[in-house]
Design a protein around this ligand. Structure first.
Ligand code: PEP
Ligand code: MG
Length: 613
């Protein structure tokens, strides 16, 4: 009988899609961990093919070992019952991952001249530290045997540690490093034994991806500590202000260093400014540079200067150098502190014009972060990211919206904006040749009204007579707006909910709207300009295109924004990326834009910049 079963097993032919790495950072650990996790939900065998190797899409280390860099491609191969569905979802998910992977740019260094000789390095994290140059010394200790755990138990404990670290830091984007490390830990490689890990490390040595070795070492060290072996770096004296010099740091070591007040700066002799340790050094605001020259402490106690703003280390400074560094440190700290301390203050330009700074958010955590960073409200709640795994019930949606609405007085919520580069596993949009020009945003909601009506009902139930704003994405004609608003009123009527306090507006992101502003101005309560899409449609360049790029501050875009504001009377804000771009702030305010909505992290510095406009 057994062979009969096999005989009738359905045969699936493989589906293959070519995908391109568009992030300047390459396909690195954090996006790989997210991608591998995403693949697990489908009934299909999924592999990645590149450089003549085929690896499992669920195995983080195997994907890492492909070492895929910007502009390289790989084939996503899928076989099985859900191959088609998985292919569409994962291709879109990958494009989105690449798009969201912010390029780590070299940090601009200031030029500075100290009297004494300075050694030049590369800035990892800005700031100025004064202290004794100190070698960070490695100690290896062995516990008594009865303190040690088996490999299996040690792996469990390590996974729990990483989960705890993520939970404790999850307000920060950088916390995802701990989740990515957890995904690496859960891969087959770590379930075998350490020899395999050492082999993997050897393969990476001397390659461009050497910085990834630190993640392997870090996990190994965490596991070993539960198995009775402890390797630890230590400061010889924690009472003396120190500038630490060390070959490399592991992410877990940075976390420990951040707790020692005597650490005034870090010099790494190896590594890169986009390693996980470097990202964490920036996040903990520890002044740091990378310097490949042989800097080492002689063990003598005297003070040196680390001016990470200029990327310089001055081993034996003069009196004048100390004065200069102290002054610079003070000014730097004051500006940093001031913008952060003033983040809850209202934002007025020098001429006394008040500018409202709102936040772009996706879920409850990012709403809390927005509050912490001083947002005056929410300018864009991208609801499509709230429920990414399964279709939420109306109650689940109501609860989530309620929690977010309660945090702020001003809220603009956008109805589902899927299609184009955004997809959800529980929504089926037929494959289109040009998805960015197809069923996107409000077009989808008007076709598939069930989901739209459920979402509207949840928003209405959650609003609790609060003045909130609802906006529809990708509206291109007045008729579309009218249709969507009529549906909203029908839903409210059917469920007997008062919605007098709710305003309805549009995302202004399709160029056709610019030519119908008179009509729109009679209908909408407000506009929010989505410069990301408006730019893509103005230039006919796909926003996720791997090689074609548009200068977001181009005079053509600025002209479009000027044309818009000159023609309308209803309130308007900008919620696309341009709202947070440093070079654009002055121009936008001069044109008359008084409400900008940006990602939370940018709020304190944007507010400070406006105070100087
Ligand atoms: C935009 O298009 O500028 C915008 C804010 O919306 P999204 O990036 O979510 O499409
Ligand atoms: Mg948009």
């Amino acid at each position: 009988m057994h062979f009969l079963k096999n005989l009738f097993k359905p045969k699936y032919s493989p589906i293959q899609t070519q995908l391109t790495i568009t992030s300047a950072n390459g396909f690195h650990l954090r996006p790989i961990a997210k991608f591998a996790h995403e693949t697990k939900q489908f009934k299909a065998t999924i592999t990645l093919i590149a450089h003549n190797q085929e690896v499992s899409a669920t195995q983080v280390p195997q994907i890492l070992s492909l070492s895929l860099e910007k502009n390289e491609t790989f084939i996503l191969k899928l076989i099985g019952e859900e191959a088609q569905k998985a292919n569409e979802h994962l291709s879109n998910f990958f494009i989105q991952l690449m798009q969201n992977d912010v390029e780590i740019k070299a940090i601009e260094q200031e030029c500075d001249n100290y009297e004494a000789d300075a050694i030049q390095g590369i800035t990892i994290s800005k700031g100025i530290g004064i202290g004794t140059l100190t070698n960070y010394v490695k100690y290896k200790t062995h516990y008594a045997l009865n303190d040690s755990l088996s490999l299996e138990k040690a792996l469990e404990q390590t996974a729990q540690d990483l989960e705890r670290l993520y939970e404790a830091n999850k307000q920060k984007e950088e916390a995802k490093i701990f989740l990515a490390q957890k995904a690496l830990l859960e891969s087959e490689l770590f379930q075998k034994n350490f020899e395999y890990i050492d082999e993997e490390i050897k393969k990476l040595e001397g390659t461009k991806f050497e910085s990834r070795i630190a993640d392997y070492h870090d996990l190994k060290k965490r596991i070993e500590s539960y198995m009775g072996i402890n390797t630890e770096y230590k400061l010889p004296n924690e009472d003396i202000d120190s500038i630490i010099v060390v070959d490399e740091l592991l992410p877990s070591e940075v976390e420990k260093l951040s707790l020692i007040p005597a650490v005034k700066g870090v010099i790494l002799r190896k590594g890169s400014s986009n390693s996980h340790a470097s990202i964490l050094l920036r996040s903990f605001k520890i002044p740091s540079i990378i310097c490949h020259e042989k800097i080492t402490s002689t063990g003598e106690y005297y003070s040196s200067i680390l001016d990470a703003n200029a990327g310089q280390f001055i081993d034996v400074p003069t009196e004048a150098d100390f004065k200069k560094a102290e002054q610079k440190a003070l000014t730097y700290k004051t500006t940093e502190k001031e913008s952060y301390q003033n983040r809850f203050e209202s934002t007025k330009t020098k001429a006394g014009k008040t500018i409202k700074i709102l936040a772009n958010i996706t879920d409850i955590n990012s709403a809390k972060e927005a509050k912490e960073q001083g947002a005056n409200g929410i300018g864009l709640l991208r609801t499509e990211f709230l429920f990414t795994e399964t279709k939420p019930t109306i109650e689940e949606q109501t609860q989530a919206y309620k929690t977010i609405f309660e945090l702020f007085d001003e809220i603009t919520i956008r109805t589902l904006d899927i299609g184009g580069d955004k997809s959800l596993p529980y929504i089926n949009i037929e494959k289109e040749d040009n998805p960015f020009l197809g069923i996107r945003g409000i077009r989808f909601s008007l076709q598939e009204q069930t989901l739209f009506k459920e979402q509207l009902l949840a928003i209405f139930q959650a609003h609790n007579h609060k003045k909130i704003k609802i906006m529809f994405p990708m509206v291109s004609t007045p008729e579309e707006f009218n249709h969507a608003k009529t549906i909203a009123h029908e839903v409210a009527k059917k469920h007997n909910i008062q919605i007098d306090n709710i305003q309805f507006g549009i995302m202004l992101e399709v160029p056709s709207v610019i030519f119908a502003l008179k009509e729109f101005d009679q209908m909408v309560d407000f506009y929010s300009i989505g410069t990301n899409d408006l730019t893509q449609y103005l230039f006919a360049i796909e926003r996720t295109h791997p090689t074609l790029h548009i200068d977001v501050t181009s005079p053509i875009i600025m002209n479009a924004l000027k044309t818009i504001i000159e023609q309308i009377k209803k309130p308007i804000s900008i919620c696309g990326e341009l709202a947070g771009v440093e070079e654009a702030t002055q121009q936008l305010i001069t044109m008359g834009y008084t409400t900008l909505s940006v990602s939370s992290k940018l709020i304190p510095s944007l507010k400070e910049r406006i105070r100087n406009v």
